[in-house]
Design a binder for this molecule. Structure first.
Ligand code: ATP
Ligand code: MG
Length: 310
């Protein structure tokens, strides 16, 4: 079974306008609401691909109820802690006609150690050995932003497969727990290595420097430039198809979802990379931050290029 965790879920308000200008009244072309929070995005994408999964997280107040309702309506098995007090956050995403996307992220409800212990206890109780746990997204609302590391220590005996999409000190601290997969983007890998990684060679040597951590899959995503992915000892360069970009928020979550899908299906790595790249390119074309057109993704898969770098 696959489980996702979202510690700071959100409703994303999508604000579409031709171009955002400061110090004037910007008139929106349209607006929409979409699910926010990376773990929930992965749950929804996996569900779209026919992979059942459980969504864990913590939801507060009315916005939290809406988040749970949206997930349930989508058909996801929701195992969130639901708290009547306070309110889960709402983020605002400015989406301009040229494809630029800017997020105004609210801090969200602060999580203390007691609530983290409560959700961790639920995971310990409900997860089985060999299950997969997707730890992705914001932990800045937690008493300790390295909370994933704390949770992994507690879950150690469960022998679960960890997929980690995190950044900063959390990512660094969790490397010792040897996750099965990490998915830093270029900035996140630069921060992890303490260097401004610019070229393909920079990224490859940064990936190689992590070999001591025993992480089977290191997938470095590079936005519209695709990805560089280490699978066991082989490093692949993946070039996505060119698409007409509408909203790139959530592409990373969809890429991760595609990787999980291929791994779950036991597909060869090239097929897994092709699917992950195609579904995330289809997400870039879509208005929403989660959900993609499967027919379009299938067509885009035929245009993904993969080469081996070593
Ligand atoms: P986020 O955290 O906002 O979801 P991210 O920075 O983690 O994003 P990206 O590197 O932006 O993730 O994107 C993940 C993958 O999505 C890329 O590796 C690529 O395959 C695909 N992708 C992103 N942007 C585009 C684009 N403009 N055209 C085609 N594919 C894209
Ligand atoms: Mg990301």
């Amino acid at each position: 079974m696959i489980h996702t965790l979202t510690l700071n879920p959100a409703i994303d308000k999508l604000l579409f306008l031709p171009e955002f200008k400061k110090n004037i009244t910007n008139r929106l072309q349209s607006d929409d609401a979409s699910m926010g929070g990376k773990g929930t995005h992965v749950s929804m994408n996996l569900h779209n691909m026919g992979i059942s999964n459980r969504a864990y997280g913590i939801a507060y107040g009315e916005t939290g109820s809406k988040i749970i309702q949206m997930l349930e309506q989508y058909g996801i098995e929701v195992h969130f802690l639901q708290k009547p007090e306070k309110n889960s956050r709402t983020n605002y995403i400015i989406i301009e006609e040229n494809g630029d996307c800017s997020t105004l992220a609210s801090p969200g409800v602060s999580l203390d150690q007691d609530i983290i212990d409560e959700i961790t206890a639920r995971l310990i109780e409900e997860l089985e050995p060999d299950d997969s746990l997707i730890l992705s997204g914001d932990t800045s609302n937690c008493y300790d932003p390295c909370v994933y590391n704390y949770m992994l220590q507690k879950l150690k005996d469960k022998k679960i497969k960890i997929f980690l999409d995190a950044s900063g000190p959390t990512l660094e601290k969790c490397l010792d727990a040897s996750p099965f997969l990490i998915k830093p983007n270029q900035d996140e890998l630069s921060q992890l290595c303490g260097k401004d990684l610019q070229t393909e060679a920079d990224i490859v040597s940064a990936i190689e420097s992590l070999s001591r951590c025993n992480i089977p899959i290191i997938a470095v995503s590079l936005g519209g430039d695709g990805s560089i992915v280490k699978y066991n000892d082989t490093i692949y360069r993946v070039i996505p198809p060119e698409v007409s970009v509408c909203n790139t928020i959530g592409c990373g979550d969809c890429f991760l979802s595609g990787m999980i899908y291929g791994i779950e299906k036991n597909y060869p790595i090239e097929k897994t990379l092709t699917i992950a790249t195609a579904v995330s390119a289809a997400t870039a074309e879509s208005r929403f931050s989660v959900g993609f057109d499967p027919v379009r993704a299938k067509k885009l898969a035929g245009q993904v290029k993969i080469t081996q770098l070593n």
